[in-house]
Design a protein around this ligand. Structure first.
Ligand code: ADP
Ligand code: MG
Ligand code: ZN
Length: 617
C-alpha cells in the first residue's frame, strides 16, 4: 500500500466514525424524545392514574398511549406510556374525568415508522460501504467499477533513474519518451508521432516496475498504475469498466504515464484462456484495452507502459503497430550493473571496512536487481543478529548463501550419510575444477539446506554467460554426473541422492538435441513445439507430429549424451582418486571447503579463481 492509498483509507475511516457519532447523537437527543417513552407502565397503573385524577393529558396512539402527569400542580412533569388493551370504556372514562385527550397525528406515526425501518439498515449500509472500500470501489457507493488507479505524481514517488542501476540501454530507449512527456509541444510542432505503448519485457525482479516509476519520476508527470491481476474481478464487465475509467482519468491529467503491470494477466492470447468465466472477463477487458489504445492520439500526452515476464503468451493484437509497438528488454544486470545496484541499495547501510562490493558484484552473476536488494537486506539482518555495529563481509557471504541455497539447517547428518554426501559433493567439485570450460568452484558444503538438499557445490561464473557452446554444455553434464560417478567409484553403488542431478542433466541433454541442434544424428532441427503452444500453452515435450522412429532416436541420443558425460566423470575421478579422497576428508572434517582449497587439492596447476551459481545439489 502506498502512502496516498493509506491516507485515503484513513481519511474515509474518519468519515465512517463521524457518521456513527452523528447517528448516535441524533438518536439520543433528537429522535429519542419523540418516540422513546420515559416510563412504561402497566395498563392497570394507567387506569389507576386516571381514576385518581393525576393525568392532565392523554395521547391515544394505535399501539401506544402516552400521558402526561403533574403539569398543573407545579409538580415535576412526568410522561408515561402504556400499551392499549382494547378498553371500550376508556373514552367515556376520559370524558368523565375531564382529561384533555387526542389521538396521535398520523404524520408523526409515519415518520416514526419510516425511521424505525431505516435504522436497522444503517449498520448494513456501513458494512456494505466498508466492503466496497476494500474492493477498491473508490470509497463511493456509486462508483462501483471505477478503476483502482491511484494517481501518484512522479515527485511523490521520488523514484528517478538514480534509484535504478544497470539499465543504461533501457534508459537510452526511454529518454525520448521522457523528453516528449516533458515538452510535448516540441514533438507535436514537428508532427512527430510517438509510440503509444511501451512494453517492458524481462524476468521477474529485474526492475521493470521500478523503471516505469522512474520514467514518470524523471519526466515529472503523474503515474497511473494498475496491475493486470487487479482487472480479474469477480464480476464480468468490471474489468472493462475499469479500463475505460482509467483512460478517462489519464486523459484529464495528461501528460502522464499509464502503467499496466503484469499485463499477461489480461493480455493472454484469447484462445488460450482457461475457465469460461475467466475467459469472458479477460476477453472483455482486453478488448476494451485495445479499443482505448486505438481510440486516442498519443499526442494527447498519455504514454502507456506495460510490463510482463511472459511476452510469448500475450495476444498478438496487443503487439500490433499503434499499440505496444515498442518493446524494451530489461535483462538481468551485468557485472557493472550489479555493482551499481548494490551501491544503490547500500546507501543507508553502514559497511565495515573489509566489504568489497566489486567482488560481490563479481560473484553474483545471474542475480536480478531484486535478488541483490534481498542480499543487502539479509546481510543487514545478519549483522543485527550477530550484534555487529556495521555490516561485514562475512555477513554478506552468509546472506548470499541464504539467498542461494536457502537457510542452513542445524541438525547434523548421520556419520555414514555424511561420508556419502562428502564424496558426492566432492565428486561434483573436483570434476568442475578439472574441466576447462566450467565455471570456477566457489564453495562446497555438506551442510544440508532448508530446501532439502543434503549438500551443495557453488560455482560462480567469472563472466556473464549469454551464449554457451556445446563444449560448455557437455561439461556441465559431466559436473552434474560427477556426484553420482564418485558414489559409483567409492561405494560401488548409486544412491537416490543423485536424482535431481540426473533430472537436470537429462533436461540439458534433451534441449541440446531438440532445441539447439547439437546432435549429429538428428541434425539442426527443432523437435519441440514453440513456447506457449497447445491447449492453454502447456504442451511441452516433443512435437506430436514426429514419427515414432524420430522420437526413439531423440531418446537414444539423450541417453548417449548423458552416458558419455557419466563416462567422462568416472574417468576424471579415477585419475584423481587421491584428490577425491582428500577432498571428501576435508569436507567431513570442516563441512565447508572453499574453492581455493579445492584447487589446492589438485596436483595440476589450475589456478584458483573466485567464483557463484549453484550448479548442483
Ligand atoms: P519487476 O517489476 O521486474 O519484477 P521490480 O521493479 O518490482 O521488478 O523490482 C523489485 C525490487 O528489486 C525493486 O523495488 C528494487 O528494490 C529492486 N531492484 C530490481 N531491479 C533493480 C535495479 N535495476 N536497480 C535497483 N534496484 C532494483
Ligand atoms: Mg513488477
Ligand atoms: Zn549432486
Amino acid at each position: 500500500m502506498n502512502l496516498r492509498q493509506r491516507r485515503q483509507t484513513q481519511f474515509s475511516f474518519v468519515y465512517v466514525l463521524v457518521a456513527i457519532a452523528l447517528m448516535w447523537l441524533f438518536n439520543e437527543f433528537i429522535f429519542r424524545p419523540f418516540i422513546i417513552q420515559r416510563t412504561q407502565v402497566s395498563y392497570d397503573q394507567f387506569r389507576e392514574d386516571l381514576e385518581q385524577g393525576r393525568i392532565d393529558e392523554v395521547v391515544l396512539g394505535e399501539d401506544l398511549i402516552i400521558y402526561v402527569m403533574g403539569a398543573e400542580e407545579g409538580e415535576s412533569l412526568e410522561v408515561r406510556n402504556t400499551v392499549p388493551v382494547g378498553d371500550r370504556e376508556l373514552i367515556s372514562d376520559l370524558l368523565a374525568q375531564g382529561v384533555t385527550f387526542r389521538a396521535r397525528a398520523p404524520s408523526s406515526g409515519l415518520l416514526t415508522t419510516l425511521l424505525g425501518w431505516l435504522i436497522p439498515f444503517i449498520p448494513l449500509l456501513i458494512i456494505w460501504y466498508l466492503i466496497f472500500q476494500r474492493m477498491g470501489g473508490g470509497g463511493n457507493l456509486l462508483s462501483f467499477g471505477k478503476s483502482r488507479a491511484q494517481e501518484i505524481s512522479g515527485e511523490m514517488t521520488g523514484v528517478t533513474f538514480e534509484n535504478v542501476g544497470g539499465i543504461n540501454e533501457v534508459e537510452v530507449e526511454l529518454k525520448e519518451i521522457i523528453d516528449f512527456l516533458k515538452h510535448p509541444e516540441r514533438f507535436t510542432k514537428m508532427g512527430a508521432k510517438l509510440p503509444k505503448g511501451v512494453l517492458l519485457v524481462g524476468p521477474p525482479g529485474t526492475g521493470k516496475t521500478l523503471v516505469a516509476k522512474a520514467t514518470a519520476g524523471e519526466a515529472g508527470v503523474p503515474f497511473f498504475s494498475l496491475s493486470g491481476s487487479d482487472f480479474v474481478e469477480m464480476f464480468v464487465g468490471v474489468g472493462a469498466a475499469r479500463v475505460r475509467d482509467l483512460f478517462e482519468q489519464a486523459k484529464e491529467k495528461a501528460p502522464c504515464i499509464v502503467f499496466i503491470d503484469e499485463i499477461d494477466a489480461i493480455g493472454q492470447a484469447r484462445a488460450q484462456a482457461g475457465v469460461v468465466q475467466m475467459h469472458d472477463e479477460r476477453e472483455q477487458t482486453l478488448n476494451q484495452l485495445l479499443t482505448e489504445m486505438d481510440g486516442f492520439d498519443p499526442n494527447t500526452g498519455v504514454i502507456i507502459m506495460a510490463a510482463t515476464n511472459r511476452p510469448e503468451v500475450l495476444d498478438k493484437a496487443l503487439l500490433r503497430p499503434g499499440r505496444f509497438d515498442r518493446q524494451i528488454q530489461v535483462t538481468p544486470p551485468s557485472e557493472g550493473g550489479r555493482l551499481q545496484i548494490l551501491k544503490i541499495h547500500i546507501r543507508d547501510v553502514p559497511l565495515a571496512d573489509g566489504v568489497d562490493l566489486e567482488r560481490l558484484a563479481q560473484i553474483t552473476a545471474g542475480f536480478s536487481g531484486a535478488d541483490l536488494a534481498n542480499i543487502v537486506n539479509e546481510a543487514a539482518l545478519m549483522a543485527v543478529r550477530h550484534g555487529h555495529d556495521k555490516v561485514t563481509s562475512a555477513d554478506f557471504d552468509l546472506a548470499i548463501e541464504r539467498v542461494v541455497a536457502g537457510l542452513q539447517r542445524k541438525e547434523p547428518l548421520g556419520e555414514e550419510l555424511r561420508r556419502k554426501v562428502a564424496y558426492h559433493e566432492g565428486g561434483h567439485a573436483l570434476v568442475a575444477a578439472l574441466l576447462p570450460h566450467t565455471e570456477p568452484v566457489h564453495k562446497v558444503s555438506i551442510i544440508p539446506t532448508t530446501k532439502g538438499a543434503l549438500g551443495y557445490t557453488l560455482q560462480m561464473p567469472d563472466e556473464d554467460r549469454y551464449l554457451m557452446g556445446e563444449a560448455t554444455l557437455k561439461e556441465r553434464l559431466v559436473v552434474l554426473l560427477g556426484g553420482r560417478a564418485a558414489e559409483m567409484l567409492v561405494f560401488d553403488e548409486v544412491s537416490t541422492g543423485a536424482a535431481n542431478d540426473l533430472e537436470r542433466a537429462t533436461d540439458i541433454a534433451r534441449r541440446m538435441i531438440t532445441e539447439f541442434g547439437m546432435s549429429e544424428v538428428l541434425g539442426p532441427v527443432r523437435y519441440t513445439p514453440p513456447a506457449g503452444f497447445g491447449y492453454l500453452g502447456t504442451q511441452t515435450g516433443l512435437r506430436q507430429d514426429l514419427s515414432p522412429e524420430t522420437t526413439a532416436k531423440v531418446d537414444s541420443e539423450v541417453r548417449k549424451i548423458v552416458s558419455e558425460a557419466q563416462g567422462r566423470a568416472l574417468e576424471l575421478l579415477k585419475t584423481h582418486r587421491e584428490g577425491l579422497e582428500h577432498l571428501a576428508q576435508l569436507l567431513q572434517a570442516n563441512e565447508v571447503v572453499t574453492g581455493e582449497e579445492v584447487y589446492a587439492t589438485l596436483d595440476s596447476g589450475i589456478k584458483p579463481k573466485i567464483a557463484a551459481k549453484p550448479t548442483s545439489a
